[in-house]
Ligand binder design. Structure first.
Ligand code: HEC
Length: 213
């Protein structure tokens, strides 16, 4: 057999093996088995490099105003806390079942990302993980508000989070003890007979030196 014929024969064998593997059901698609260390490293490194390069040319606006943080908080409570666990909260069943596990964004070391990188990740999501893209449903200004909130998150403890929760839930000024990750159902604004919502005081914006560029 000539070289070309051998190569062709080998390709056919590989193709049959791949198709056989796909249809055999041998591969376990369960979310429950942990990736082997090498695969984990490969996926994490690919993700990091991809986010870094794609966020390189994004310019962050000035972030950290009280209004931005309040808006970002609302989005976080409604869309992120269920997976990323709010300060003082416990891991939801969704977080417990996700593989890879969503990092705790309240811990600064767990998300040493620049503002631009956070923006890119929130807008685009991370494929093949549970991290959704929020770009299809939110405009850039709304996403920057979320970035501002996440940058402030390491300075927000459980009490502060609960205070924001109370202040941004109109008509529920007295509901300080409501469980936080589950307030969506109480956002009905129907009994707003109570005092107008107070202005949220500015939370000190910490720039933790993660600006790589
Ligand atoms: C359905 C669950 C889920 C929801 C809802 C969710 N995330 Fe995620 N998120 C994840 C998972 C899982 C990862 C980890 C991906 C990985 O390891 O590559 C992640 C990763 C991230 C990261 C990257 C952190 C890092 O250091 O790698 C950021 C930032 C982030 N999410 C922000 C948000 C924000 C902001 C929201 C709400 C607007 C949100 N996520 C909503 C599941 C979720």
């Amino acid at each position: 057999m000539g070289f070309i014929a051998k190569l062709f024969a080998s390709l056919i064998v590989v193709l049959i093996a791949v198709v056989g593997f796909v249809y055999s059901g041998i591969f376990n698609v369960s979310a429950q088995w942990e990736d082997p260390a090498l695969l984990r490293w490969l996926l994490a490194s690919t993700r990091e490099a991809s986010v870094e390069s794609r966020a390189e040319n994004i310019k962050s606006p000035i972030l950290g105003s009280a209004t931005q943080i309040k808006n970002g908080f609302r989005s976080y409570r409604e869309m992120c806390a269920v997976c990323h666990t709010p300060p003082g909260g416990t891991d939801s069943p969704i977080k417990q079942g996700l593989n890879p596990s969503p990092p705790n964004l309240a811990v600064a070391e767990d998300h040493a990302m620049t503002e631009a990188q956070l923006f890119w990740v929130i807008k685009n999501g991370i494929r093949m993980t549970g991290m959704p893209a929020w770009g299809p449903s939110h405009d850039d200004a709304e996403i920057w508000d979320i970035v501002a909130f996440i940058k402030a998150l390491p300075t927000i403890d459980a009490d502060e989070y609960q205070r924001l929760n109370t202040q941004t839930t109109q008509g529920h000024g007295h509901s300080g003890s409501e469980p936080m990750a589950t307030t969506q159902g109480h956002m009905d604004n129907t009994d707003n007979h109570s005092n107008p919502v107070e202005e949220v005081p500015a939370i000190e914006y910490i720039d933790n030196g993660t600006h790589a560029h």
